[in-house]
Design a binder for this molecule. Structure first.
Ligand code: NAD
Length: 251
């Protein structure tokens, strides 16, 4: 018996086999869940087609426009019916903002990071709550740059602080439908998104060195925690941010 037997979970943000969302996808399938993927654009779709089974439903969803989320979820609802959870593993900031100093960012680039990395979760909850069954669960991904001034993380750190706050407010509001909302604060892992951060090699090295055993967290470990949070046995975990970083945040 799996934790997610008979559960349908939408996963937003699988780009390739290094993605944290891919770790979530594997863990959800291992726990008996059925996955539905959303992808940003045709380039991402071509990437997914290389390693994701044709039987998995894949739906386009560029979250920069909330209407696209509404349309994508309506398509999913029409195709598979109601779902039991959503993994939101999406963030974006202009590469120029992931270097140097926060004061180098512009209003437009700041707003872009907020839109893709924070508002997209709110829109996901807004349209997601229409198609999620009672006792469902939404999980997003954050990073400790929300609390600490991590070199070059800049506007993304500010966005992650907003994201974690959004998790708390959404958890309060969606409780009326018995839908839980939580975040996983993952340790640094080399993914496409991380390579946008200047000197990301140093970021990952620092994160790994501060893990209690000196070994960085894996996407499998992050995925397993997502599977737990999506499952009924996490019914008491609401509006929380859980560190899955091998203790990096402690040191
Ligand atoms: P990734 O590059 O594999 O995934 C990022 C995803 O965001 C991609 O699939 C991309 O297509 C999607 N995306 C960006 N803009 C989008 C848009 N407009 N519409 C739809 N999708 C869009 O990188 P990742 O590191 O796995 O990132 C997933 C999440 O995990 C992000 O929120 C990231 O901040 C967070 N996170 C990553 C780390 C890390 O070290 N990798 C640590 C903590 C948290």
């Amino acid at each position: 018996m799996g934790l997610l037997d008979n559960k349908k979970i939408i996963i937003m943000g699988v780009a390739n086999k290094s993605s944290l969302a891919f770790g979530c996808m594997q863990a959800i399938i291992e726990q008996g869940g059925q996955v539905i993927l959303t992808y940003q654009n045709e380039r991402m779709k071509r990437s997914l087609d290389r390693f994701v089974d044709d039987a998995v439903l894949k739906v386009e969803c560029d979250v920069s426009n909330p209407e696209n989320i509404k349309t994508a979820f309506a398509t999913i609802n029409q195709t598979v019916g109601k779902v039991d959870g959503i993994v939101h593993a999406i963030a974006y900031a202009d590469k120029r903002d992931l270097a140097n100093e926060v004061t180098d960012s512009t209003l437009d680039s700041f707003a872009l990071a907020q839109n893709i990395s924070v508002y997209s979760l709110i829109a996901t909850a807004k349209y997601g709550r229409e198609i999620i069954n009672e006792n469902g669960s939404i999980v997003t991904l954050t990073y400790m740059g929300s609390e600490r001034a991590i070199p070059n993380y800049n506007v993304m750190g500010i966005a992650k602080a907003g994201l974690e706050s959004a998790v708390r407010y959404l958890a309060r509001d969606l409780a009326s439908q018995a839908i839980r909302v939580n975040a996983i604060s993952a340790g640094a892992v080399k993914t496409l998104a991380v390579t946008g951060v200047k000197n990301h090699g140093d970021l990952i090295k620092m994160s790994n060195e501060r893990a209690v055993d000196g070994v960085g967290v894996t996407i499998e470990e992050v995925g397993n925690t997502a599977a737990f949070l999506l499952s009924p046995i996490a019914s008491g975990v609401v509006g929380d941010t859980i560190y899955v970083d091998k203790g990096t945040h402690l040191i």
